[in-house]
Design a protein around this ligand. Sequence first.
Ligand SMILES: [Zn+2]
Length: 423
Amino acid sequence: MRSALVYLALLALGVAGVLYMSKLGGSVEIRVADYEITLHFAIALLILAIVFAALHLVFSIIGRLRRAPHHLRIRRDAKRRAEGDAAVTRALLALAAGSADKARIEVRRARDRLGETPQTLVLLAEAERLAGREDAATEAFLKLSQRDDAKFLGLRGLLRQAIQREDWPTAQRLAREAEEAQPGAAWLRQERETLALRTRDWREALALSAPGVGQAPLALAAAAQETDPSRAQDLERQAFQADRGFAPAALAYANRLRRVASAKRAREVLRDAWKASPHPDLAEAYLEGESEPLARARAAEQLVQVNPKHPESLLLVGRLATAAALTGRARQELDALVATGQADRRAFIALSDLEEAEHGDSPEGRAAQAKWLRLAATAPPEPRWRCASCGTDQEAWAPSCPRCGAAGTIAWTSPQTLPVAAG
Ligand SMILES: [Zn+2]
């Protein structure tokens, strides 16, 4: 609008100029050899303007013709790009719908229009995987991994394939390369953790794990793999501090302290662990070296001070007091245990032993023992180490199940949490 006004103003100015010139008069003479042309000055000006306009028109047409192939190419490229983008969308839809053949056709179309871009290579690999052609997918991932702009995408695909075929050394190498290509990627961290667990690389699994109680079994397993005693001790302490209620860590740490430091420090660790979560193995370690029944009962009393009402504390004191002939104390603890409603088979067997200690081999004693043994038969079983993956009982805790190979599945399972049918 503004330029139109400017043109109009210029035109008006031009016309006014020509009119003014025609009023002024004057002429232009052109003489060539014997010929002579005389023009009115205004007409000459007009002819000059027309010649200028004509020349401008001719040059702009020549310019347009010269630029035509370039414009044509731009239009053709835009069309190819639009077609390629549409093929990419259709390929994505086919992949989402699980139609491998359709996806491969659309990916071929997209590659034809767009060339080998990271986008088309990823789609190609996914379409080939969907079609079950892992080798072709590997080839696409390899091409991606060789590009600077999509290295991580290629390595990610190759890593996924290696994990799927359980080729752990290759998977670990690829994970390292991927970490270099894209440090700190959340997905990769998770994959590396899974890999470390699968390859039993506990130190790596520990380094990748989130802080918290979950680190205790990993640190303990890493300590068992460690050849340097001081580093092993550090890992055992780390395991104990991560979860004081994880008895295997407390036991390993206490055992080491007993060897390299003092029995007193070892007992402190065991007491801390008993406070967090009592476990029969902790009591066994605490009483190690005490052979006299009375001394054992006293040591047990000392241990349970930190957690006196726990069923394991009541059972431990009840059993050891019976063995030391402290029947009154034993009765007090075992009755309290039954009253908690959390007594398992061991409590009723301990009560049967107590009857024998109190009454000897008498009809009265035998009748009382039989009563407790009947209850023992129907009571929940004692807690045990059990693999949550395959459901088998284990002699001791281990970082991975010796039966099914699952990592981190063996846990101390109390009878109350066992399924009814298992009793
Ligand atoms: Zn198992």
